[in-house]
Write a protein that binds this ligand. Structure first.
Ligand code: G4P
Length: 528
């Protein structure tokens, strides 16, 4: 039988690439993002992203905190066209304190690019973010950045990837010359040598000079010979791109270059189109695949309030999984069964918004004033579906939050609820003691700083945070919860999503309880 003709849904999905960039701060994520936009023709000159970011920072109290700390807290989505494809680049916060936020963003991505500074290799936050990708089994492309200045041996970095994070690099491009004396790259697939040309701070695309091997050998001398030897070595160990293991997140096509001077950027962007997977059928909470051709469905991976203080609104970011989204269509909010109008659907480019009229699998839509939408919620049109919830991280830090001025209790409650729904922190309460002072749980201290700052500036409720003796948590069930309530050194609290958590002061005490009571339910949470 002949193949059925591809539907619009499948054609559109096949054109999409939805991915995120992960890196340790300063490795070059912002620069690379900017250069992608430059190469895609979405901006005429590099510098626009930072300029936009600057404008955005000037408009919000909360961004003021970002600026003070020099960190990126918010996640934004950039959509641009490249080679007849639609690329959705999801931005992730670089700081490990916000890795739970990154985890949620990566739930909406089909692939990731890991940027490493060639002078530094794997840094602590690269590792943490990589683990998040691995937990989601995301295919990863690796970019070794900053070849224009001195750094480490690339072969040593290939070994480091394997030894430290068990990721086998399969170099697609390989450097001629060393970091700091960079001559260009060989494309190992074709053998083509592209000579490195510096551009003045890379504001325009770099000229690409293709040089044949005879000329390269004469002109680059020992650097060329050495690159050839290293390529032969890579051939020997079979370090070629392997689609199956790449898609499983076990091997990673590797590219080298210098984002600042635009070198190697086009190779990498081409790889996003040629190697990274398009959106495919997504697994629902029963383990069944929702085909791309089925009616519209998507899930919320991020909620953010007060992005723009002039509007004080709330945006839910939805990743489209199947079907065509049309603005104005009425969809069903799966958890409540209620209809949800999509009149105020927007696309979000950095902090700027445009009305969006349609979207396809892989795209991200921003739904404005979506008061009832929480992270993890499914939306669908026509045939129902529910996507699995996005798992929460295992908290490692616990503090008690109290309102400073009790006449602001109402604002405090409202703010805590909102920030909990956004997933800024996890909020734990004692069900038995109508609790005015919830325990906040997180993986990084900065989450609490953001919480306190936003509660004060957006909700007008100053908050006092005090430390607690708790150091780790396990999820449990009501029966075990009853037993644990009678045990010293343990506190049992309910998280806002209904999960019962047992908090422990000491890992040894937990280990002891596990040995003494093998029948108790004490489950590990993810990412410990
Ligand atoms: P991030 O988003 O991962 O935190 O990193 P970002 O792109 O902001 O880059 C961090 C610093 O590294 C910036 O320098 C940037 O210019 C520089 N950089 C990025 N890619 C390259 C590269 O390929 N080669 C070299 N030599 N430098 C690179 P900065 O001085 O902090 O900022 P700026 O004054 O240049 O804006």
């Amino acid at each position: 039988m002949p193949e059925p003709p591809p539907t619009d849904n499948r054609v559109q999905a096949a054109r999409r690439r939805t991915f995120a960039i992960i890196s340790h701060p300063d490795a070059g994520k912002t620069t690379l993002t900017e250069k992608f936009l430059l190469y895609a023709g979405a901006v005429a000159e590099a510098g626009a992203v930072k300029a936009r970011a600057g404008r955005r920072k000037a408009t919000s109290d909360w961004m003021a905190l970002e600026q003070q700390r020099g960190i990126s807290i918010t996640s934004t989505v950039l959509q641009f066209g490249y080679r007849d494809h639609v690329v959705n680049l999801l931005d992730t916060p670089g700081h490990r304190d916000f890795s739970e936020d990154t985890y949620r963003v990566l739930a909406a991505a089909d692939a990731a690019i890991m940027v490493l500074d060639v002078a530094k290799g794997i840094e602590p936050q690269t590792r943490k973010l990589f683990e998040v990708c691995r937990a989601r089994q995301l295919p990863i492309l690796t970019y070794l950045n900053k070849f224009d200045r001195p750094g480490r041996e690339p072969l040593e970095l290939v070994d480091e990837l394997e030894d430290q994070i068990d990721l086998q690099a399969t170099p697609v491009t390989w450097p001629v010359g060393i970091p700091g004396d960079f001559r260009g790259v060989i494309d190992r697939r074709s053998g083509a040598f592209v000579r490195y040309n510096r551009t003045a701070r890379g504001t325009t695309t770099a000229p690409e000079e293709l040089v044949d091997s005879a000329r390269a050998e004469t002109e680059e001398g020992p650097a060329w010979v050495r690159a050839m030897e290293e390529c032969a070595l890579l051939d020997e160990v079979g370090a070629g791109v392997d689609t199956k293991t790449f898609l499983a997140g076990e091997t990673s096509p590797l590219f080298v270059g210098s984002a600042l001077t635009n070198f190697g950027v086009r190779h990498l962007l081409d790889a996003v189109v040629d190697l990274a997977p398009p959106p495919g059928p997504r697994t629902d909470s029963h383990g069944a695949a929702r085909g791309l051709d089925e009616s519209f469905s998507g899930f919320v991976f991020k909620v953010q309030a007060n992005m723009d203080p002039a509007h004080r609104d709330r945006v839910a970011f939805v990743r489209v999984c199947s079907g065509r989204f049309e603005r104005g269509m009425t969809v069903t909010h799966e958890p409540s069964g209620r209809p949800f109008a999509t009149k105020y659907a927007t696309s979000v480019f950095g902090a700027e918004r445009d009305t969006i009229d349609e979207a396809w699998p892989g795209d991200v839509i921003g739904l404005v004033n979506a008061a009832d939408l929480r992270v993890g919620d499914t939306l669908f049109a026509a045939s129902p579906v529910r996507y699995p919830p996005i798992p929460r991280f295992s908290p490692e830090l616990f503090v008690t939050a109290r309102v400073r001025d009790s006449s602001r209790s109402k604002q405090f409650r409202r703010g805590v609820d909102q920030l909990e729904q956004e997933g800024v922190v996890q909020v734990l309460r004692d069900e038995h003691a109508g609790d005015p002072a919830p325990i906040l749980a997180g993986v990084g201290q900065m989450q609490f700083e953001v919480f306190a700052h936003r509660l004060e500036h957006e909700f007008g409720a100053g908050v006092e945070l005090t430390s607690t003796p708790y150091r780790l948590a396990r999820s449990t069930d009501p029966a075990t919860g009853e037993q644990l309530r009678r045990t010293t050194g343990v506190r049992v609290l309910t998280r806002a999503d209904g999960v019962l958590l047992a908090l422990f002061e000491s890992p040894n005490w937990l280990a002891r309880l596990e040995v003494d009571h093998p029948d108790w339910t004490l489950e590990r949470l993810i990412a410990e």
